[in-house]
Design a protein. Sequence first.
Length: 255
Amino acid sequence: MHFDQSLVILGIFAFCGGLIDAAVGGGGLIQVPALLHALPQHSLPTVLGTNKLAVLAGNLFSLLGYMKKVHIAWKLVIPTMLSAFLFAFIGALSTSLIPKASMEYGVFIALIVMAVYTFAKKDLGRTHTFVQCRFKEVMVGLFIGGLIGFYDGLFGPGSGSLLIFAFVRYFGFDFLNASASAKLVNLGTFCAALLFFVPAGHVLWAVGSVVAACNIAGSVTGVCLALRYGSGFIRLFFLVLLVFLIGRMGFTILF
């Protein structure tokens, strides 16, 4: 396939990835395979580094969109983001030390538990509880940020969805506020990853710029849909995505 045609197709997948990621996370499971297919001549670190550049741009725009309409619990989210930043960098440095197959099995089980729990709890994430940002909540946020940040640096797929579920389950956020907060935490993990990939020369700036532009367009669209239709829409979208992730990861693990 001609490179220009590949870039157009890649742009379409980047738009879809940005849209999904802005609303419920998990867009990387669409965008990364598309990059791998379009850039077979490049190494995996280069593909991942180029992807991180694009998703960072899309994440920034979706975060700006959410911040205009959604109140962020800064006292909780900032420590969580800083913890995620630190451990994402450690995770990136640890890629050769921990078998990714083990991570896949662990996340696969976690996704199933999340899907069953969210489906069973019909009111989960429909209302927003005032967050008490006490010492206990901050410590839980630091732990969650570190755990998911490490996973994002080490492996990555589905980290945004894991963050959304954590904010809903452990802090009483609705899905709209959880999506906005997850974007802020992911900002830390993406920056940490690029601190590893950029100095190593694992970013294709020309391709990454095109993919980033399409990802931004998708992110803006995703935020508009989320803000217009609210937490009920995001909850349904979240469940659909979890089913997709479970199917995709299950197929990869089994076959």
